[in-house]
Design a protein around this ligand. Structure first.
Ligand code: MTE
Ligand code: MO
Length: 320
């Protein structure tokens, strides 16, 4: 069992160099309103906007946090996959400075009683922010341990009263080729889309993240709002979400559309089902160059006890 309660004083393991010295806590509403107001002042230079990060107010959720060593803030923010900004690992950090994540609104659509367009602050307002330290596993066989800050996805979705026809939840990333240079190339079909079965989306581990290491997300990590599903390969964690749609049919997903033999809808971390071009038995824990270490990959990325029941009776080699 890898999900452990944190020891008292656990936050001390976050190196002081990795967080801002001044821990200014503002309320969620203040934070979002402040950010919104700033976004509205269109005169601010793009780079300054990109650099606008706020400290968040949150409580650690120990029940859903691993006590494994955290990946450094540097690695989490410079070794990224976000093809909208280019395919190289350093491209999202290098090319996302012009992207404007504020103001932001999200469309809620499909099989639900309440639909419409909601500002980010209205979407999050009723929810308390939680910090959850999750192990993350990319399909490329590397992994990180990331202290996310966010709200449980299920709690947000329930407010929109999905109908009995809502069997899946589809997510869409913003389409802005002017601000996202990767969208001017055809490496994927844009916009990026992802989906979950409704019970996966409602599972308490599924998180809508707005921050990491106690601060709002940088653009390269999916500002201002992205999905985090820790028992699935990283590509399910769609970034910069602008639409959430409840659907009756299984929705298309970007990587499945791009290479169906390599990437299925479920994308559960599974050491026993190899990617057609490489093994999934082990993973490289990102620690920076020489200090990367290889460790065995765990079923459902170590969250087997929590999520295995979602897939009872399913052939996971078929539903990969
Ligand atoms: N919109 C969008 N979301 C995306 C991707 C992407 O290219 N575009 N890449 C995915 C992949 S493959 C991974 S591993 C994670 C990486 O998240 P991180 O860079 O914050 O660690 O984002 C996922 N979400
Ligand atoms: Mo990935």
């Amino acid at each position: 069992m890898l999900i452990k309660r944190p020891r008292p004083g656990d936050t001390a393991r976050i190196a002081p160099s990795e967080i801002t010295p001044e821990r200014v806590y503002v309320s969620r509403r203040e934070l979002l309103q402040g950010a919104l107001a700033l976004g509205a002042g269109a005169a601010a230079p793009a780079l300054a906007l990109g650099a606008t990060q706020r400290s968040l107010q949150f409580a650690r959720n120990g029940r859903y946090s691993t006590d494994e060593k955290l990946t450094s803030y540097e690695d989490i923010t410079t070794y990224n996959n976000f093809y909208e900004f280019g395919t190289a690992k350093g491209a999202p950090a290098a090319n996302s400075g012009r992207f404007k994540s504020m103001p932001w609104s999200i469309g809620i659509a499909g099989e639900a009683e309440v639909t419409g367009t909601f500002s980010l602050e209205d979407l999050l307002e009723p929810h308390a922010l939680e910090e959850r330290i999750y192990r993350m596993r990319c399909v490329e066989a590397w992994s990180m341990v990331i202290p996310w800050v966010g709200v449980p996805l299920g709690a947000v979705l329930k407010r929109f009263k999905p109908t009995s026809k809502a069997k899946y939840v589809a997510f869409k990333t913003v389409l802005r080729p002017d601000e996202m240079p990767g969208q001017r190339s055809r490496v994927l079909a844009w916009p990026y889309v992802e989906g979950l079965r409704i019970d996966e989306a409602m599972h308490p581990l599924s998180l809508l993240a707005v921050g990491l290491y106690g601060k709002t997300l940088l653009n390269q990590n999916g500002a201002p709002l992205r999905l985090v599903v820790p028992w699935k390969y990283g590509f399910k964690g769609i970034k910069s979400i602008v639409e959430i749609r409840f659907t009756e049919r299984q929705p298309p997903t970007s990587w499945n559309l791009s290479a169906p033999h390599e990437y299925g809808f479920y994308a559960n971390v599974n050491p026993n089902v190899d990617h057609p071009r490489w093994s999934q038995a082990r993973e490289r824990r990102i620690g920076g160059g020489l200090f990367d270490s290889r460790v065995p990959t765990l079923m459902f990325n170590g969250y087997e006890q929590e999520v295995a029941s979602l897939y009872a009776g399913m052939d996971l080699a078929k539903y990969y």
